[in-house]
Each structure stands twice: as structure tokens, then as C-alpha cells.
Design a protein. Structure first.
Length: 112
């Protein structure tokens, strides 16, 4: 059975059109892509909503999930930019433990 995913492109286009038309220009590059990755969705979310509330940011971070392609993108970004686990965790607002776990999984499971 195939998993169905939300149509993030359509969702974010609707949000921008109805609530934040002034941000259409800065989000255009991402929204013009054929398919949005998990990292694109995170980037769009931060560009549009710019949460200043620390509690809301912490709550949102705890409820994120990443698929294999997003994990691989993050680990490749780390390798390409020669970042350590702390630096990559701060950049993507993740836990250092999550990064370490993903790297360990990638070493043992080449399918990740």
C-alpha cells in the first residue's frame, strides 16, 4: 500500500495567497520546484511564520518527523559543509542525539 503525503506545495501556496501575500516573492524559488522535500517544507515554514515565541518553537520542534530522503539530505549537507553534530543540529534546530542516531543507522544500514 502506497503512503499518501499532504500536498505541501498547494498548502503553502494557499497560505501565502490568503494570509501572507507579501512573502510570495521570497518563497517563489522553493514553490516552483516540481516536488518539495522535507527540508523545503521546513524552510518554507520558517520563512512564512517566523516564530518569535520560544515555547511555540520548542513545541513545533518536538513534533517534526523526517523521512529517509530528508535524513540523507541533512547528513549530506553536514558532510558537504564539514560541520560537526552540534553545528548541524543548531542549523536545522535538531537534537545532537538525533544526528548521532541517524549517522549510526546510516553506517549499519546502507538502505538509509
Amino acid at each position: 500500500m502506497e503512503k499518501s503525503y499532504p500536498d505541501y506545495k498547494r498548502i503553502y501556496n494557499d497560505i501565502i495567497t490568503k494570509r501572507y501575500p507579501q512573502k510570495k516573492k521570497i518563497c517563489r524559488g522553493i514553490l516552483e520546484k516540481e516536488e518539495l522535500s522535507a527540508l523545503d517544507v521546513i524552510k518554507l515554514n520558517s520563512l512564512i511564520f517566523e516564530t518569535k515565541n520560544k515555547e511555540a518553537t520548542i513545541f513545533n520542534q518536538q513534533h517534526r518527523s523526517y523521512d529517509k530522503s530528508a535524513i540523507l539530505d541533512i547528513l549530506n549537507y553536514q558532510k558537504k559543509n564539514k560541520l560537526n553534530n552540534t553545528q548541524i543540529a543548531l542549523h536545522f534546530k535538531l537534537s545532537r542525539n538525533s544526528i548521532a542516531k541517524w549517522k549510526k543507522m546510516a553506517e549499519f544500514d546502507k538502505s538509509l
